[in-house]
Design a protein around this ligand. Sequence first.
Ligand code: VGL
Ligand code: ZN
Length: 210
Amino acid sequence: MSIAPSDTDVLLVVDVQKDFCPDGRLAVPRGDEVVPIVNRLAAKFTNVVLTQDWHPPGHLSFASSHPGKQPFQTIEVAYGPQVLWPDHCVQYTPGAEFREDLHIAHAALVIRKGFRRAIDSYSTFYENDRATPTGLAGYLRERGLRRVFLAGLAFDFCVRYSAEDAHREGFEAIVIEDACRGIDVDGSVAATRRRLAELGVRCVGAAEIT
Ligand code: VGL
Ligand code: ZN
């Protein structure tokens, strides 16, 4: 099937930051491969929004903030289970920057997330407490954007939860799966595919976007 993006579509480019690419502090395997794919896709969209993981030092999602805990363990926090990560995307550090080869001059908005010390944020719509909005839904509505295409890092965390929330907020969500790469903690990639299928969120290939 081929899909031609219209003026009411938006490409949401999730967390294409140095720390999520090889040599970064939370490197997603082959994360750098999404950059040229996303650059090519973005040229087909009038509307592009970028997201940026943006944590203060000592963030609650960092294993280093919990003595005795290791990265990739899960703990209970006030809003439920939270996976612990290596320190990553710390505000103003080089790892928090977008990849230098990401070239999307017409990206209109950057949504930063995860900057409250005690709340992590995977979704670009709501933080992990599921109650604190980022404002993205309001932006999309005011601009009349109704269909959200998602690409970037990581497939099984920030892309997944952003797609789920886009759907929950009444937008049509479409994940461009080969323009994403996953971390895969405890089967999280397979769980993502199952959940998106359950919700009826389509996964397509970049070649289908014309
Ligand atoms: C992400 C884990 C922690 C992501 C962000 O962008 O998918 N994953 N912070
Ligand atoms: Zn993070």
